[in-house]
Design a protein around this ligand. Sequence first.
Ligand code: ADP
Ligand code: ADP
Ligand code: MG
Length: 644
Amino acid sequence: MINKLLIANRGEIACRIARSAREMGIATLAIASAADEEALHVRSCDEVVHLGGHNPAESYLRRDAIIAAALEHGADAVHPGYGFLSEDPEFAQAVQEAGLLWVGPPAEAIRAMGLKDAAKALMQKVGVPIVPGYHGEAQSLQVLQQAATEIGYPVLIKAVAGGGGKGMRRVDRPEEFAAHLASAQSEAQGAFGNARVLIEKFIANPRHIEIQIFGDGQTAVHLYERDCSLQRRHQKVIEEAPAPHMPHAVRNEMGQAAVRAAEAIGYVSAGTVEFIVDGSASLREDSFYFMEMNTRLQVEHPVTEEILGIDLVAWQLQVAAGGVLPLTQDQIQAQGHSIEARLYAEDSDQGFLPSIGQLHHLKFGPGLRVEAGVTQGGQVTPYYDPMIAKLIATGPDRASALQRLLRGLQLTQIAGLKTNRDFLVALLQHQDFVAGRFDTGLIARDMEALTRAPAPAAEDWARAALCAMGLLDTGRDRQCNVGFTLFTPLRQSVALRHKDQLQTLQVSLRPGGRAVVDVAGETVELGLGDLPQRAAVLAAGKAYLFGAQTFVFDVIDPLERTATVHSDGAITAPMPGLVKQVFVHAGQEVAAGDPIVVLEAMKMQHTLCADHAGRVENLSATQDQQVEAGMALAVIQAEREEAG
Ligand code: ADP
Ligand code: ADP
Ligand code: MG
């Protein structure tokens, strides 16, 4: 029996583990870094130990401090979640030596699967098919290159200590081998402190299909498969169970191979055996190969729980406390279909860089199982993985699960940060994905189309203008047809910027709650009480329109605009900040209202505009420049002075 569980992790997985523990009557102890003092996972647990620090090395990776906290607070078990210390055999061992239960596999099992080369050798021995390739000791360029030639191009160079797609390079031609090898080795050395690599045949049209397994040290069972082929740079984006078009016989073969792998290492707890499958033809019993085993709970475990109706974390806790497997292989029956999408704070316009900041507004769509580590008002910090939530939809079949996930995502609203929501929405509508005919190359092949962002239509500009005036904010907990008050001027001009397009819109309010908006000469009439086609949210100086596509407009405050322009035409920085964009060059003629510079301060962007027409002179602002408050960035020399 476990009485109190220390959860050695953060974010959504810590919240997820706390939920199962609570349902089982187990008390929970959180750990938190300084950056996470008020995080959701802390609030989801009964007690917390503050470790201080921000980076993982100063917090979630402090093995001794975590074990000491467990002992001091009377915890009797430790669950590592995924990532961080979950696959660290020394930590697993130290936990047990301290007299605590380890909710995971034995240190020996983690070690056996820790390095991909040793794992492949072991799997070969117990008759699990492995990807043809070289996983020997010798690491000279000559040996590796020779191996690649024998395997036949294209090949994959993989760091033996790799994870998360790091230290991996595909090589298509022999003449590129040496350069790719050097870069894979240096990335592996940097990320894992181990430069060793193996060489594998690159499987054509690869599908990533993995088997969830579970062991109690005596026997192991398999819990069906997950298809995780939708990947960006070898990182999973969408996962589903079961795999589309999976023949029964192939599932059985793969499941049995995975069970052999688990039993070969006396596996305890949840684990995943990852296979790469040749997807160039239909799935066959001889076309799957062992890739690696992850000796922990996996990010995408919820889709398995959904189709089997089981709680994998509860199983982990029962087995860690000495229990046997709750079900036999025959009793494990799947029903329906489940799909998960990983919602990240990232900027798809800028190579999916993490987007850091506050979640001013966060509302998930209906019909979803949401596994989140943050709530509205929370922060995404630069210290950890920028995942906002995992969204999971389940239905009696794939089409209905897909429809539910798509609708749920389309009705998900996030303001304050850039997210991959629109990318996920596009991905779920990709015709090959919809048909269930896809491989790991789908995203890279169609990246352009998947990230293409249409420009807002006149109606979107009009809606954004009303939202900027506070007349259409559907995000607040009030009726959206607020109409307008006595204090709302009947005519108003609103300046908005979308990407580098700036427009000043004229809004006229009419009786009966109607608004007429002039958008660059085009007239759009809207009813404030109309059911919005697009939800609108005003947050932190931006107007957000949500729908199939998210549009974000900077609302340019007219007061701020004039405050920063002096009588001599100088535009000065109203606050210290970073120059994000310079719209003009020296000598350029500008009109009143034209944007000159975007300044970022306190994580908000401010557009500084010309308040009169003229020529740009003394332009000192340059992109990415840090500027002080009051610093002159440019001077707009009025036309008439020049004429005179
Ligand atoms: P794999 O791609 O090998 O199957 P997963 O998809 O299960 O791995 O992702 C595990 C990864 O999640 C870890 O390697 C790590 O980068 C990341 N991670 C670790 N801890 C957390 C956390 N608390 N929240 C979100 N992501 C995390
Ligand atoms: P990691 O430890 O980084 O998760 P994996 O060995 O699991 O590394 O590989 C990550 C991904 O790379 C796989 O999900 C798959 O998309 C791709 N991949 C790996 N091995 C091969 C291969 N031999 N042929 C084609 N693609 C592969
Ligand atoms: Mg992997």
